[in-house]
Design a binder for this molecule. Structure first.
Ligand SMILES: [Zn+2]
Length: 368
């Protein structure tokens, strides 16, 4: 049996970014309960989150920022915190924010340790907080857990692939390894022309020693499965094969699924499954992370599919009645887990995606 480590997200359920914030902690609760209802938790080794090591955290985050974030743990905002991105609508100062952030990073670190000790796959749904910057909170993210996990993996692996398929550009992780050739960061996302954080253009390819080890594929709004799968097959796969990773960190934000309230994508679970199947076909360890996802039903469906793929236990499309009842209390209604029809894109979208693909195929060092 393949060994799969799975972070128990229950320690996170009690936290809240506030009633009107789009990131809902109950998405973790409902997803984990759906995974349990589908029998998937019987297939994993449950890992209980711990706080991240400060030594690892300080490899990326500044001491000043960490000190101020710790002060914010009480939930009382003070004006100087704004210099560190704390107290904005996106990154509110709420009780326990320092503790929860260190716990999320520690959970991703634990997944990395599980893989170093010989586990094949690990999954932290409470991670994937890819926007956090060295000295500021950004985009609902305070501590960059993917960066912490990658630093841990680098103690054992020489070539780490970071593949980010969240709707948004994985800017914080790219920043951490922009001049580091040991880590190849790939991000597919809605173009920064239309969506936060406004970066991740095709010409961003890394710098210095790391030139050629960052790849960005920006998509126009309303991109469907047809263009996404085409770009993945024709550009991303080739880049991954050329890099020859030893381990993959997969950030699988669910906000590129159609129906997400913050983005303008038109993907179904078919696009994500294409990525999952390819990544698992590499035969190397995979550390999977959550990420964005503001349509809670989509989050529950997608990360249940991902856990099914990791464990190798196939699931059917049925949503158990008991779970449905529980989810309804949170205003979440889903009738099926998989999307069966693939979505198509307009000719304008196709033209733009082909333009980006051509640019990358002609100019990106890893694709030449
Ligand atoms: Zn996102």
């Amino acid at each position: 049996m393949v060994r799969v480590g799975f972070i128990d997200t229950s320690p996170f359920w009690k936290y809240s970014y506030g009633e009107y914030h789009p990131l809902k902690m109950y998405r973790l609760y409902l997803t984990q309960e759906l995974q349990r209802a589908k029998g998937l938790l019987e297939e994993v080794e449950i890992l209980y989150p711990k706080m991240a090591d400060m030594g690892l955290i300080k490899k990326f985050h500044s001491e000043d920022y960490l000190r101020v974030l710790e002060l914010a743990d009480e939930g009382d905002w003070r004006d100087y915190m704004i210099y560190y991105g704390l107290g904005t609508g996106d990154c509110p100062v709420v009780k326990g924010i320092y503790t929860a952030s260190l716990l999320s990073a520690g959970a991703s670190q634990l997944c990395a340790e599980y893989i170093i000790k010989g586990g094949k796959y690990a999954f932290n749904m409470a991670g994937g907080l890819h926007h956090a910057m060295p000295d500021r909170a950004s985009g609902f993210c305070y501590i960059n857990d993917p960066v912490i996990a990658i630093f841990k993996l680098l103690q054992n692996f020489k070539r780490v692939l970071y593949l980010d398929i969240d709707a948004h550009h994985g800017d914080g992780v790219e920043r951490a390894f922009y001049s580091d050739r040991r880590v190849f960061t790939i991000s597919t996302h809605e173009s920064g022309k239309y969506l936060f954080p406004g970066t991740g253009f095709e010409y961003e390819m890394g710098e210095g020693e790391g030139f050629g080890y960052s790849l960005n594929f920006p998509f126009p709004p309303n991109s469907g499965d047809d263009v996404y799968i085409w770009a993945f097959e024709n550009v991303i796969k080739r880049a991954i094969e050329n890099f020859k990773p030893e381990v993959v960190v997969l950030q699988s934000g669910a906000d590129a699924l159609k129906g997400d309230p913050l983005t303008h994508w038109n993907l179904t679970t078919n696009s994500y499954i294409t990525v999952y199947d390819f990544v698992l076909s590499l035969g190397i360890p995979v550390l999977a992370l959550g990420g964005g996802g503001y349509n809670v039903g989509n989050v529950c469906r997608l990360w249940t599919i991902l856990l099914s793929k990791l464990t190798g236990k196939a699931i059917d499309d049925q949503v158990p009645e008991e779970w449905k009842e529980r989810a309804r209390r949170y205003g979440v209604n889903i009738e099926k887990i998989f999307d069966f029809e693939t979505t198509t894109s307009s000719s304008t979208v196709w033209d733009e995606v082909k333009r980006v693909a051509d640019y990358l195929l002609q100019n990106h060092p890893i694709l030449k």
